[in-house]
Design a protein around this ligand. Structure first.
Ligand code: HH2
Length: 289
Protein backbone atom coordinates (compact mmCIF):
# COMPACT_ATOMS: atom_id res chain seq x y z
CA UNK A 1 0.00 0.00 0.00
CA UNK A 2 1.29 3.46 -0.79
CA UNK A 3 1.10 6.38 1.57
CA UNK A 4 2.69 9.79 2.20
CA UNK A 5 6.28 9.50 3.39
CA UNK A 6 7.38 9.83 6.99
CA UNK A 7 10.69 11.48 7.91
CA UNK A 8 11.90 10.57 11.41
CA UNK A 9 13.72 13.26 13.40
CA UNK A 10 17.10 12.32 14.88
CA UNK A 11 18.85 15.15 16.68
CA UNK A 12 22.42 14.46 17.75
CA UNK A 13 22.39 17.53 19.98
CA UNK A 14 22.29 18.40 23.68
CA UNK A 15 19.70 21.17 23.26
CA UNK A 16 17.01 20.27 20.70
CA UNK A 17 13.60 21.26 21.98
CA UNK A 18 12.23 17.72 22.07
CA UNK A 19 14.90 15.02 21.89
CA UNK A 20 17.89 17.16 22.97
CA UNK A 21 20.50 15.19 24.94
CA UNK A 22 18.98 11.79 24.28
CA UNK A 23 21.01 10.86 21.21
CA UNK A 24 24.24 12.77 21.66
CA UNK A 25 26.04 9.44 21.99
CA UNK A 26 26.49 8.15 18.39
CA UNK A 27 25.61 4.55 19.32
CA UNK A 28 22.35 5.68 20.93
CA UNK A 29 21.61 7.84 17.88
CA UNK A 30 22.14 4.95 15.46
CA UNK A 31 20.00 2.71 17.66
CA UNK A 32 17.21 5.30 17.58
CA UNK A 33 17.55 5.67 13.81
CA UNK A 34 17.17 1.92 13.37
CA UNK A 35 14.26 1.90 15.76
CA UNK A 36 12.50 4.52 13.63
CA UNK A 37 13.31 2.49 10.51
CA UNK A 38 11.63 -0.49 12.19
CA UNK A 39 8.61 1.71 12.90
CA UNK A 40 8.29 2.48 9.20
CA UNK A 41 10.24 5.70 8.69
CA UNK A 42 11.10 6.33 5.04
CA UNK A 43 13.84 8.86 5.75
CA UNK A 44 15.91 9.57 8.87
CA UNK A 45 16.75 13.26 9.25
CA UNK A 46 20.03 13.65 11.13
CA UNK A 47 20.77 17.04 12.68
CA UNK A 48 23.68 18.30 14.77
CA UNK A 49 22.51 21.84 15.48
CA UNK A 50 19.24 22.84 17.12
CA UNK A 51 17.14 25.41 15.28
CA UNK A 52 14.63 25.95 18.08
CA UNK A 53 13.83 29.61 18.86
CA UNK A 54 16.78 31.12 20.71
CA UNK A 55 19.17 28.28 19.83
CA UNK A 56 22.88 29.08 19.76
CA UNK A 57 24.88 28.30 16.61
CA UNK A 58 27.21 25.30 16.84
CA UNK A 59 30.82 25.44 15.55
CA UNK A 60 31.37 23.56 12.31
CA UNK A 61 33.82 21.03 13.75
CA UNK A 62 31.40 20.10 16.49
CA UNK A 63 28.48 19.70 14.12
CA UNK A 64 30.62 17.54 11.83
CA UNK A 65 31.67 15.27 14.68
CA UNK A 66 28.06 14.81 15.78
CA UNK A 67 26.53 14.17 12.39
CA UNK A 68 29.00 12.29 10.20
CA UNK A 69 29.47 9.05 12.21
CA UNK A 70 25.71 8.66 12.59
CA UNK A 71 25.03 9.26 8.89
CA UNK A 72 27.79 6.79 8.01
CA UNK A 73 26.26 4.03 10.14
CA UNK A 74 22.68 4.55 9.00
CA UNK A 75 23.05 5.33 5.31
CA UNK A 76 23.52 1.75 4.13
CA UNK A 77 20.26 0.73 5.81
CA UNK A 78 17.86 3.64 5.30
CA UNK A 79 17.59 6.85 3.32
CA UNK A 80 19.30 9.58 5.34
CA UNK A 81 18.85 13.32 5.10
CA UNK A 82 21.10 15.82 6.81
CA UNK A 83 19.55 18.81 8.54
CA UNK A 84 22.17 21.53 8.26
CA UNK A 85 22.81 25.03 6.97
CA UNK A 86 26.58 24.59 6.72
CA UNK A 87 28.02 23.63 3.30
CA UNK A 88 30.93 21.72 4.90
CA UNK A 89 28.58 19.62 7.02
CA UNK A 90 26.34 18.97 4.03
CA UNK A 91 29.34 17.94 1.93
CA UNK A 92 30.68 15.58 4.59
CA UNK A 93 27.26 14.05 5.24
CA UNK A 94 26.77 13.45 1.52
CA UNK A 95 30.17 11.75 1.33
CA UNK A 96 29.03 9.61 4.27
CA UNK A 97 25.90 8.58 2.34
CA UNK A 98 23.17 11.17 2.95
CA UNK A 99 21.01 11.53 -0.18
CA UNK A 100 18.79 14.41 0.92
CA UNK A 101 19.84 17.84 2.16
CA UNK A 102 17.29 19.34 4.55
CA UNK A 103 18.14 23.01 4.26
CA UNK A 104 16.23 25.29 6.61
CA UNK A 105 18.12 28.25 5.12
CA UNK A 106 16.91 27.36 1.59
CA UNK A 107 20.24 28.57 0.24
CA UNK A 108 22.47 25.54 -0.37
CA UNK A 109 21.06 24.29 -3.67
CA UNK A 110 24.06 25.34 -5.84
CA UNK A 111 26.20 22.64 -4.24
CA UNK A 112 23.72 19.96 -5.36
CA UNK A 113 23.81 20.73 -9.08
CA UNK A 114 25.09 17.71 -10.94
CA UNK A 115 24.52 15.36 -8.00
CA UNK A 116 21.61 13.01 -7.38
CA UNK A 117 21.12 14.36 -3.87
CA UNK A 118 17.68 15.82 -3.18
CA UNK A 119 17.02 19.20 -1.57
CA UNK A 120 14.44 20.45 0.92
CA UNK A 121 13.90 24.21 0.76
CA UNK A 122 12.32 25.44 3.99
CA UNK A 123 10.95 28.92 4.60
CA UNK A 124 12.28 30.76 7.64
CA UNK A 125 11.88 34.45 8.45
CA UNK A 126 14.99 35.61 10.27
CA UNK A 127 17.28 33.19 12.09
CA UNK A 128 16.70 30.94 15.12
CA UNK A 129 18.21 33.23 17.80
CA UNK A 130 15.63 35.99 17.13
CA UNK A 131 13.08 34.61 14.65
CA UNK A 132 10.20 34.53 17.15
CA UNK A 133 10.62 38.20 18.15
CA UNK A 134 7.38 39.59 16.70
CA UNK A 135 7.43 38.11 13.15
CA UNK A 136 5.23 40.05 10.70
CA UNK A 137 3.78 39.40 7.26
CA UNK A 138 1.27 41.21 5.05
CA UNK A 139 0.19 37.92 3.48
CA UNK A 140 1.90 34.96 5.11
CA UNK A 141 0.64 32.35 2.62
CA UNK A 142 1.54 34.42 -0.46
CA UNK A 143 4.96 35.37 0.89
CA UNK A 144 5.90 31.84 1.93
CA UNK A 145 4.65 30.35 -1.34
CA UNK A 146 6.37 33.01 -3.45
CA UNK A 147 9.68 32.50 -1.64
CA UNK A 148 9.58 28.71 -1.91
CA UNK A 149 8.60 28.62 -5.57
CA UNK A 150 11.30 31.15 -6.47
CA UNK A 151 13.99 29.11 -4.66
CA UNK A 152 12.73 25.81 -6.02
CA UNK A 153 12.66 27.11 -9.60
CA UNK A 154 16.20 28.42 -9.29
CA UNK A 155 17.33 25.05 -7.97
CA UNK A 156 15.54 23.24 -10.80
CA UNK A 157 17.21 25.52 -13.36
CA UNK A 158 20.57 24.75 -11.75
CA UNK A 159 19.89 21.06 -12.30
CA UNK A 160 18.82 19.86 -8.84
CA UNK A 161 16.80 16.75 -9.57
CA UNK A 162 14.66 16.31 -6.46
CA UNK A 163 13.22 19.40 -4.80
CA UNK A 164 10.90 19.60 -1.81
CA UNK A 165 9.29 22.72 -0.35
CA UNK A 166 8.44 23.23 3.32
CA UNK A 167 6.59 26.24 4.80
CA UNK A 168 8.71 26.09 7.98
CA UNK A 169 5.91 26.02 10.52
CA UNK A 170 7.23 27.74 13.67
CA UNK A 171 10.22 29.38 11.96
CA UNK A 172 9.64 33.12 12.25
CA UNK A 173 5.87 32.69 12.57
CA UNK A 174 3.34 33.49 15.26
CA UNK A 175 0.74 30.91 16.29
CA UNK A 176 -1.75 32.73 14.02
CA UNK A 177 0.70 32.54 11.09
CA UNK A 178 1.17 28.80 11.69
CA UNK A 179 -2.58 28.20 11.69
CA UNK A 180 -3.10 30.29 8.56
CA UNK A 181 -0.41 28.31 6.77
CA UNK A 182 -1.94 25.02 7.89
CA UNK A 183 -5.36 26.19 6.69
CA UNK A 184 -3.89 26.99 3.26
CA UNK A 185 -1.55 24.04 2.80
CA UNK A 186 -3.45 23.11 -0.35
CA UNK A 187 -2.08 26.26 -2.00
CA UNK A 188 1.44 25.16 -1.18
CA UNK A 189 0.78 21.57 -2.23
CA UNK A 190 -0.26 22.92 -5.63
CA UNK A 191 3.02 24.78 -6.13
CA UNK A 192 4.35 22.13 -8.48
CA UNK A 193 6.90 20.82 -6.00
CA UNK A 194 6.28 18.06 -3.44
CA UNK A 195 5.42 19.41 -0.02
CA UNK A 196 7.07 18.51 3.30
CA UNK A 197 5.50 19.71 6.56
CA UNK A 198 6.90 19.60 10.10
CA UNK A 199 4.69 20.45 13.06
CA UNK A 200 5.81 17.67 15.37
CA UNK A 201 5.63 18.53 19.10
CA UNK A 202 5.96 22.23 18.30
CA UNK A 203 5.35 24.94 20.86
CA UNK A 204 2.19 26.25 19.20
CA UNK A 205 0.53 22.83 19.67
CA UNK A 206 1.33 23.02 23.37
CA UNK A 207 -0.03 26.56 23.64
CA UNK A 208 -3.23 25.78 21.72
CA UNK A 209 -4.02 22.69 23.76
CA UNK A 210 -2.82 23.99 27.13
CA UNK A 211 -5.02 25.28 29.88
CA UNK A 212 -4.92 28.19 32.34
CA UNK A 213 -2.13 29.80 30.35
CA UNK A 214 0.09 26.72 30.80
CA UNK A 215 1.25 25.08 27.57
CA UNK A 216 1.29 21.31 27.36
CA UNK A 217 4.77 19.90 27.91
CA UNK A 218 6.58 18.47 24.90
CA UNK A 219 5.89 14.86 25.91
CA UNK A 220 2.12 15.51 25.88
CA UNK A 221 1.93 16.86 22.33
CA UNK A 222 1.42 13.63 20.40
CA UNK A 223 -2.32 14.20 19.80
CA UNK A 224 -1.73 17.65 18.29
CA UNK A 225 1.26 16.39 16.33
CA UNK A 226 -0.75 13.55 14.87
CA UNK A 227 -3.75 15.74 14.13
CA UNK A 228 -1.67 18.31 12.26
CA UNK A 229 0.40 15.70 10.42
CA UNK A 230 -2.81 14.01 9.27
CA UNK A 231 -4.27 17.39 8.32
CA UNK A 232 -1.14 18.15 6.28
CA UNK A 233 -1.18 14.80 4.50
CA UNK A 234 -4.86 15.17 3.63
CA UNK A 235 -4.10 18.66 2.30
CA UNK A 236 -1.53 17.17 -0.05
CA UNK A 237 1.76 16.95 1.84
CA UNK A 238 3.85 14.13 0.37
CA UNK A 239 6.05 13.86 3.47
CA UNK A 240 5.78 14.80 7.15
CA UNK A 241 8.72 15.30 9.52
CA UNK A 242 7.99 13.79 12.94
CA UNK A 243 9.40 12.54 16.23
CA UNK A 244 6.64 9.94 16.77
CA UNK A 245 7.20 7.68 13.81
CA UNK A 246 5.09 4.60 14.60
CA UNK A 247 1.90 6.59 15.26
CA UNK A 248 2.43 8.80 12.22
CA UNK A 249 3.08 5.86 9.90
CA UNK A 250 -0.24 4.44 11.01
CA UNK A 251 -1.96 7.76 10.23
CA UNK A 252 -0.12 8.01 6.89
CA UNK A 253 -1.30 4.53 5.92
CA UNK A 254 -4.86 5.52 6.67
CA UNK A 255 -4.49 8.67 4.59
CA UNK A 256 -2.99 6.56 1.79
CA UNK A 257 -6.05 4.35 1.63
CA UNK A 258 -8.62 7.12 1.95
CA UNK A 259 -7.42 10.31 0.34
CA UNK A 260 -8.68 9.51 -3.13
CA UNK A 261 -12.00 8.46 -1.76
CA UNK A 262 -13.39 11.06 0.64
CA UNK A 263 -16.54 8.99 1.16
CA UNK A 264 -15.52 5.88 3.12
CA UNK A 265 -16.81 2.88 1.17
CA UNK A 266 -19.85 1.18 2.63
CA UNK A 267 -18.88 -2.30 3.79
CA UNK A 268 -19.01 -4.59 0.81
CA UNK A 269 -19.04 -1.65 -1.63
CA UNK A 270 -15.56 -2.29 -2.87
CA UNK A 271 -13.47 -5.38 -3.14
CA UNK A 272 -10.24 -5.12 -1.19
CA UNK A 273 -8.34 -5.32 -4.49
CA UNK A 274 -10.16 -2.13 -5.61
CA UNK A 275 -9.08 -0.41 -2.43
CA UNK A 276 -5.52 -1.55 -2.98
CA UNK A 277 -5.60 -0.28 -6.56
CA UNK A 278 -6.94 3.11 -5.50
CA UNK A 279 -4.30 3.41 -2.82
CA UNK A 280 -1.66 2.71 -5.44
CA UNK A 281 -2.80 5.70 -7.48
CA UNK A 282 -2.21 7.87 -4.41
CA UNK A 283 1.52 7.12 -4.31
CA UNK A 284 3.54 10.19 -3.39
CA UNK A 285 5.23 11.63 -6.45
CA UNK A 286 8.56 11.82 -4.74
CA UNK A 287 10.95 14.33 -6.12
CA UNK A 288 9.07 15.18 -9.28
CA UNK A 289 7.68 18.52 -10.29
N1 HH2 B 1 11.85 21.68 12.14
C1 HH2 B 1 12.95 21.57 12.93
C2 HH2 B 1 14.20 21.28 12.38
N2 HH2 B 1 14.34 21.08 11.04
N3 HH2 B 1 13.38 20.94 8.89
C3 HH2 B 1 12.33 21.03 8.09
N4 HH2 B 1 12.45 20.83 6.76
N5 HH2 B 1 11.08 21.34 8.57
C4 HH2 B 1 10.87 21.57 9.90
O1 HH2 B 1 9.72 21.88 10.29
C5 HH2 B 1 11.99 21.49 10.79
C6 HH2 B 1 13.26 21.17 10.24
C7 HH2 B 1 12.80 21.75 14.40
O2 HH2 B 1 12.54 20.52 15.05
P1 HH2 B 1 13.63 19.62 15.80
O3 HH2 B 1 14.68 19.16 14.84
O4 HH2 B 1 12.95 18.56 16.55
O5 HH2 B 1 14.26 20.58 16.90
P2 HH2 B 1 15.63 21.33 17.01
O6 HH2 B 1 15.70 22.31 15.88
O7 HH2 B 1 15.56 21.99 18.36
O8 HH2 B 1 16.76 20.34 16.92
Amino acid sequence: MSRPLVMGVLNVTPDSFSDGGRYLDPDRAVERGLEMLGEGADVIDVGGESSRPGARPVPEEQELSRVVPVVESLASRVRVSVDTTKPAVAEAAMSAGATLLNDISASLWPMLAGTKVGWVAMHMKGAPPTMQDDPRYDDVVGEVRGFLVERAERAAEAGVQEIWVDPGIGFGKSDAHNLTLLRHLGTLAASGFPLLVGTSRQGFLGRLAGSAGEPLPVEDRLPGSLATATWAMLAGASMVRVHDVAATVQAASLVGTTRLDPQPPVHGDLESSDLARRAQVGTAQVGTR
